[in-house]
Ligand binder design. Structure first.
Ligand code: CTP
Ligand code: MG
Length: 224
């Protein structure tokens, strides 16, 4: 039973404001993409990797994989207009006999192997998908413009991260829908009535969005 990983790295990184796509912004002297790629390559849970790269950045992604000796990378595809469309493009390169697929944001460079293990395990217990989530510390309100409409019950909420794991056939089906507005893959599976489990996430999986986030993740990098 082979496990495939899809690495979504095709975003522009507009909020980071670098002179290059976010996956190639510098983190600890290397492209940000190197961090998650190296961790997937080194994980005993992962057999093959497909990278969705920004247009014009496919070649640098291939070269980076070669430099890292990332032999699990089976292909690099050109991403789409949205995250889910990039995942859809990458899924086209995932083998038909792949039982399970793990989808991860390159924007979350620090990928602990324990989390990979945590999201994969429940797939053999009847779940269609598994996401890592963390409790919220802030109070969350629904707003319309500047007016507060409702205060949500914090105990019922989780901040959800990647990697997210799915039965391959379920994710493929879900990606046939109109996916442009989906901010994660699990929401597509949920929308079709799929059973998605939440397991404990990890603070280190912070998504690099702004320059401040990049500085935080850089400080968390283990000295090499
Ligand atoms: N992503 C992707 N293809 C897209 C858009 C996003 O593969 N068309 C990926 C990004 O590379 C990132 C992840 O999805 O790893 C989460 O997206 P986000 O953090 O929003 O990254 P960007 O879209 O690059 O950033 P921004 O929204 O600031 O432009
Ligand atoms: Mg984005």
């Amino acid at each position: 039973m082979s496990v495939w990983a899809v690495l979504a790295a095709a975003g522009r990184g507009e909020r980071l404001g670098s002179d290059r796509p976010k996956a190639f912004a510098r983190l600890g002297g290397r492209p940000l993409l190197a961090e998650s790629l190296e961790r997937l390559e080194g994980s005993d849970w992962i057999d093959f990797i497909v990278i969705a790269a920004p247009a014009e950045w496919e070649e640098p992604a291939i070269l980076l994989a070669e430099e890292l000796g990332a032999g699990k990378v089976s292909s690099v595809v050109t991403g789409g207009a949205s995250r889910s469309e990039s995942v859809r493009e990458a899924m086209a390169e995932v083998a038909d006999d792949a039982a399970v697929v793990l989808v991860h944001d390159a924007a979350r460079p620090l990928l602990p192997d324990e989390v990979i293990e945590r999201v994969l395990a429940p797939l053999s217990e009847g779940w269609d998908g598994v996401v890592p989530g963390l409790p919220l510390s802030d109070t969350v309100k629904r707003v319309e413009g500047d007016r507060v409409v409702e205060t949500l019950s914090r105990g019922e909420l989780a901040a959800v991260q990647t990697p997210q794991a799915f039965l391959t056939s379920i994710l493929r089906e879900a990606l046939r829908d109109d996916v442009a507005d989906a901010s994660d893959c699990a929401s597509l599976v949920e929308a079709r009535g799929g059973r998605v489990k939440v397991v404990e996430g990890d603070r280190r999986l912070l998504k690099v969005t702004s320059p401040e986030d990049l500085a935080v993740v850089e400080a968390w990098l283990e000295p090499s």
